[in-house]
Design a protein. Structure first.
Length: 481
């Protein structure tokens, strides 16, 4: 194994390019099973030609978490990292560990040098600008995008247009328009995509689907989704006149990407950008994608008829202290209309049939509650484990057969889907429309209007001024294409 950053020298093998081989490998696995891999390279050994070359765009808090998970996959190798920061402090976040291209590179080096099965790893290049990385590293098969919301679209589209498979953190983008462009680009390119909603690859989501489709609580007519933790960061005021030095090794102009430039402040980066509409989508874009996922998946929700929001504002440039968003969905086939309510910094009314002393919010104030014609079912945050309430009814329920495939987690699902040439379970075909609907909540919140939406046309039909929050405004030479 090489012990320093070197450039990958992967080349096409005859007329069959390596990227096409990767895609075909899963469909032809049976042909290779006659000669087990351990005979060729020892236990746990994966030949270089079978490995997926992955590049990381963003090695901050969530980027480092993605990196940690992918380093465990023996048929994946990280060959490049791009991040605008040399090193950033995430000690005040739940990620805790340092982030940036320096710590990211070190983590890759430490992991692969300690693994005898990685003897053929070609090394890892580090970059500041993801565009340069994508242009120079021809051996990249797939890209993980974990940067702030306002730059998701430009990074994802740059990868898709180069034929790379993409894993993008939630939400897919900052605006509905950007999400639509990304979804259509991925469909046209035929690449395998995945949105980073980790619970979508786990057991809880599939149990929720199977139980609801089994009629465990009858026809679902209401859904309550919540993320109830305190919103302390929005209480902080920014002194617009104060100037802060840009941290060493941090490309502030590149971090801002396609939005109008502002002076640097630590209130924006690396931790609090999500609270500002110019960069992020607030908690509904963050936790809404996790916690609403079971409802979209189990109920085929599609686009809503209308959306309305109520919010407690401190500063309208930032997400509110607390908010409630109401979505009304029409009937879908035999399923009745559904009203879904999102609570940020708040909790839904406590169900009468929830036992005393039992908490509706089980995962750091996050969760979901389904209300059906025959009962109620609650689920943990991040599409976690469901339970019919009260527990007496749960124990009496005869569990249905497990009809959905289990995928071994969201990362494994993405990797395996690339290998067999299909879409992952949270691919953009699914997660794109879901993200659009979630972001409609932000549009309703910022307009303070009850909005009737034409989903396919991306229009609030009763309030044309909403367009400024639906479509993206690009600056600094960047384009949405």
């Amino acid at each position: 194994m090489k012990q320093e950053s070197i450039k990958s020298d992967s080349k096409p093998e005859g007329k069959l390019s390596r990227s096409r081989f990767i895609k075909m490998a899963g469909t032809t696995a049976a042909a290779f099973s006659v000669v087990p891999r351990y005979v060729l390279g020892g236990p746990g050994y994966t030949p270089p030609s079978d490995k997926l070359n992955v590049a990381m765009i963003g090695a901050g808090g969530q980027g480092m978490q993605n990196l940690r998970n992918l380093l465990r996959e023996q048929d994946v190798q990280i060959i490049a990292i791009a991040d605008v920061a040399e090193e950033s402090d995430y000690s005040q976040s739940y990620h805790e560990v340092p982030g940036g291209r320096g710590p990211g590179y070190k983590r890759v080096i430490d992991a692969y040098q300690a693994d005898p099965a990685r003897k053929d790893w070609p090394g890892c290049q580090i970059y500041i600008d993801f565009r340069k990385m994508l242009d120079k590293e021809s051996g990249i098969d797939a890209v993980v995008v974990a940067i702030p919301d306002h730059s998701h679209a430009v990074a994802v589209l740059a990868a898709i247009h180069r034929g790379k498979h993409v894993y993008c953190e939630k939400p897919l983008a900052r605006t509905i328009q950007e999400v639509r462009v990304m979804t259509e680009a991925a469909r046209e390119a035929g690449v395998t995509t995945q949105m980073g909603i980790q619970g979508h690859g786990d057991e809880g989501l599939r149990l929720t689907y199977e139980w609801i489709r089994d009629g465990a609580i009858g026809d679902v007519t209401e859904v309550h989704v919540f993320s109830a933790g305190p919103n302390t960061s929005s209480c902080r005021e920014i002194d617009e006149g104060q100037r802060y030095p840009v941290p060493k090794g941090f490309d502030w102009d590149l971090w801002q990407g396609p939005v109008k430039k502002r002076p640097y402040t630590p209130y924006y980066a690396p931790l609090r950008w999500r609270d500002f509409w110019v960069y992020g989508t607030g908690r509904i874009g963050d936790m809404g994608c996790h916690n609403m996922d079971p409802a979209f998946f189990a109920l085929d929700l599609g686009y809503p008829e209308w959306v309305q929001a109520r919010a407690a504002w401190g500063d309208r440039d930032k997400r509110p202290y607390a908010s409630t968003v109401y979505y009304q969905f029409p009937a879908r086939g035999k399923m009745p209309p559904v009203k879904m309510t999102w609570y940020c910094g708040l909790m839904p009314p406590r169900p009468d049939d929830l036992e005393p002393g039992r908490d509706l919010a089980q995962a750091y104030g996050n969760g979901i509650l389904f209300v059906g014609t025959k009962g109620k079912m609650m689920g943990e945050g991040w599409a976690g484990t469901p339970r019919i309430i009260p527990e007496e009814k749960m124990k009496a329920y005869k569990l249905p057969p497990k009809t959905l495939p289990r995928v071994g987690g969201i990362y494994r699902d993405w990797i395996d889907s690339i290998r067999v040439g299909k879409q992952a379970s949270a691919g953009f075909e699914y997660s794109g429309p879901m993200t659009e609907v979630i972001l409609m909540g932000n549009v309703a919140m910022r307009t303070d209007q009850k909005l009737t939406f034409d989903g396919p046309k991306m229009e609030a039909t009763n309030f044309p001024d909403a367009e400024q929050y639906i479509k993206a405004e690009y600056h600094n030479g960047w384009k949405l294409e």
